[in-house]
Design a binder for this molecule. Structure first.
Ligand SMILES: [Zn+2]
Length: 389
């Protein structure tokens, strides 16, 4: 049960920025007199991730040297692998006003401060460079690029002392910090754990991939991203109902668990796959599934880009083992789930539906074939779609 059997957090130390009770009171008093800053939804999500150590070894919002090092080389200035900048945007005016001293961060106008930022500096955000480096495009049609362009022209950097985590009124039973998932893995006696990132309901194809991975490790962590997503993605509460139905009917309770990943989605494809893997290592996963077009959107990334980018790192540098998977499907001739790697048959025997087709069927109240989607999951999605109209 000792910690030593678990994978080390990225950079070696699991960060915890939450102040203890004694410090909290002092911080809250200090915060009351400090200049205030209201983070946007993404930044608030990053703040939560920083606070609980999901972004270990980061201890605050990144400064200029790390920002450019990450964009230029996918490493921090100290040489540690890192794929996506974690920054706090401010306006030029704010950057000049808040250049030195501390700043209190508020979750929303009028709310109580949740953290104190010890400002180490401000810098101009190179949005064009960031867009191309992280998202491989500077088109504002890309939701991640748009978020960069929509945020302030400057960034404010520094270490955080967190008074309280952002408050969530949903999924309380599923919110676990990296320290908590690590403790749970230990309690369950799992030494090797595979993490699965998702922002969608899980159909048979992803269930199959997860179970293939589970065959070679002790446990499976289904880790749905529940921070900000695109408005046309399936809403979190509907997704959670789908995961619950699936776990109830089809997953072994002692080998699989669901917990929430509080990150905001970037849609940065390959770079986000690395970021997702590093975060899951912090949550205690030893393995991480990378599917086709991981964290992609539209046609911005090649099918296998997110798998191939891991080859740009030295052997063992990321510390977590990635498991690459192909597209999978039910094959009538194989009489089972398969992929192009394992099935010798042609398209005509494979049950494969486009996302557009599936949405159309669900909207019409029609279940996709049970070889594509579990009926319990289909029914939840049908009910949600019909409730929207
Ligand atoms: Zn086949």
């Amino acid at each position: 049960m000792s910690e030593t059997h678990q994978i080390a957090p990225h950079g070696g130390t699991l960060v915890n920025l939450l102040a203890d009770d004694a410090t909290t009171a002092a911080l809250a008093a200090e915060a009351a007199n400090l200049p205030k800053l209201v983070p946007n939804e993404r930044e608030l999500s990053d703040l939560e991730m920083l606070a609980v150590g999901a972004l270990s070894p980061l201890t605050g919002f990144q400064g200029e040297a790390d920002y450019h090092a990450v964009l230029d080389s996918m490493h921090l200035a100290n040489g540690l692998a890192w794929a996506i900048p974690v920054v706090l945007g401010v306006t030029e005016e704010q950057a000049h006003q808040l250049g030195s001293g501390s700043v209190a961060l508020l979750p929303a106008e009028g709310a109580a401060p949740i953290a104190v930022l010890r400002v180490s500096g401000t810098f101009k955000r190179d949005k064009a460079k960031e867009a191309v480096a992280v998202y491989r495009t500077d088109e504002e049609a890309h939701p991640g690029v748009k978020a960069v362009y929509d945020s302030g022209d400057y960034c404010i950097a520094g270490d955080l002392e967190v008074i309280s985590l952002p408050v969530h009124d949903d999924f309380q039973n599923y919110r676990m910090t990296p320290a908590e998932t690590r403790a749970e893995f230990a309690r369950r006696g799992w030494t090797t754990v595979v993490g699965f990132q998702t922002r969608n309901p899980i159909h048979r194809a992803h269930e199959y991939i997860q179970k293939c991975a589970l065959e070679i490790v002790d446990g499976l962590l289904v880790h749905p991203l529940m921070g900000a997503t695109k408005s046309d993605d399936v809403p979190p509460d509907v997704r959670m109902q789908c995961y619950e139905a699936l776990f109830e009917g089809y997953y072994p309770k002692d080998r699989a668990m669901v917990s929430i990943f509080p990150a905001a989605m970037r849609y940065a494809g390959p770079r986000e796959a690395i970021w997702h893997a590093i975060c899951r290592k912090n949550y205690g996963c030893t393995h991480f599934i990378v599917g086709r077009d991981h964290a992609g959107v539209g046609t911005y990334y090649g099918t296998y880009d997110a798998q191939q980018i891991f080859e740009e790192f030295e052997e063992g540098e990321l510390g977590i083992t990635t498991l690459n998977f192909e597209h999978s499907f039910w094959c009538e001739s194989c009489e089972g789930m398969a992929s192009p790697k394992t099935c010798p048959h042609g398209e005509e025997t494979r049950i494969s539906l486009s996302g557009t087709k599936v949405r159309e069927m669900l909207r019409n109240g029609e279940r996709p074939p049970q070889e594509f989607s579990r009926p319990e999951v289909a029914d939840i999605l049908i009910a949600a779609m019909q409730g929207q109209e």
